[in-house]
Write a protein that binds this ligand. Structure first.
Ligand SMILES: [Zn+2]
Length: 309
């Protein structure tokens, strides 16, 4: 009776509450796993536009979303990582930004039921510092994508795999000023030879927190990288820089290994799940996976998270 009551409360919270509100109640949430490597498994060819599948193979994309819901994720992403104008133009799809991103969010929305949908926004591939692009052009590209993701039903905008602080800041600003979604941002850090964590553009987790919380991000964190073990140190550093900001971790299934013409991610679901208590102990509020993680990884992470809370 009592547990049934709490299950109902939980379901209501998932329907009603924003993600940050749920985190504030002390809940640790589970996110989903890889999309890119999953699409490749389903037959996405090198050089093919992943986002085009939202229109040409929506059933396949839906199956990915659904498999993460079935694995126990509280939130699922959208197939829109490369959905800015700059990335889509490379495939001659620059006029389809709205259509492809809206379809991405609609597919995940349909699979998510009462779970949350995180509209994925990746880097544009343009580098401000090199003069490839102006701040205004970047802002407009993110604005266009975020509006479409919200129109398709995204609850939050998940800006991810960022390495440049200015690009991340402009993406956050565009999402904040043009949607009513919660705005999350994760950067990708590697461990340097001296044992510090830095993005490809030299940004530390501490610098990320200082600049991007000021830019209005509702949540910060890290994704991709070389496996879940490094995430413990990264989360510690973020938590030390800011005691309050909610933290999300999407770790790769280990360091990618090139084997027989294929990239293989070696960490098993069990290996990843073993480190989840340490990640949560360091201060992470949402745990999920990045490249190479599968529904089985998410299922094991769910079990561990449930056993702690
Ligand atoms: Zn990744």
């Amino acid at each position: 009776m009592t547990s049934a009551f709490f299950v109902i409360l939980n379901e209501i919270a998932l329907v009603m509450g924003k993600i940050i509100d749920l985190i504030k109640t002390g809940k640790v949430l589970v996110s989903d796993g890889a999309w890119g490597t999953f699409l490749q498994q389903k037959g996405l060819l090198p050089g093919e536009c992943p986002e085009l599948w939202n229109l040409t193979k929506p059933g396949e994309v839906f199956e990915i979303a659904q498999s993460y819901v079935e694995a126990g994720a509280d939130m699922i992403e959208t197939n829109s990582f490369g959905g800015t104008r700059f990335k889509l133009e490379k495939y001659g799809l620059g006029d389809k930004v709205f259509e492809l991103n809206k379809a991405a969010a609609e597919i995940s929305r349909k699979a998510a039921g009462s779970r949350f949908v995180l509209g994925s926004v990746g880097p544009t591939g343009k580098i401000l510092m090199m003069g490839d692009v102006s701040e205004n052009e970047l802002y407009e590209a993110f604005k266009e994508q975020c509006i479409a993701l919200e129109a398709g039903g995204a609850d939050a905008i998940m800006i991810e795999t960022m390495s440049d602080l200015d690009e991340a800041r402009l993406a956050i600003k565009a999402a904040k000023e043009n949607t009513s979604c919660e705005v999350f941002c994760t950067m990708t850090f590697e461990k340097t030879v001296s044992g510090e964590y830095r993005s490809m553009m030299g940004v530390s987790p501490t610098e990320m927190v200082e600049i991007l919380s000021g830019a209005g991000a509702d949540l910060l964190g890290a994704n991709c990288g070389n496996g879940i073990e490094n995430m413990i140190g990264i989360v510690n550093e973020i938590r030390q820089a800011n005691a309050e900001i909610p933290i999300l971790v999407h770790a790769n299934a280990g360091m990618p290994v090139y084997c027989d013409g294929q990239t293989v991610f070696p960490e098993t679901p069990e290996e990843m799940a073993t480190l989840v208590p340490k990640i949560i102990g360091a201060g992470a509020n949402i745990v999920g996976g990045c490249c190479g993680t599968t529904p089985d990884h998410i299922c094991k992470i769910r079990k561990v998270a449930d056993s702690i809370y």
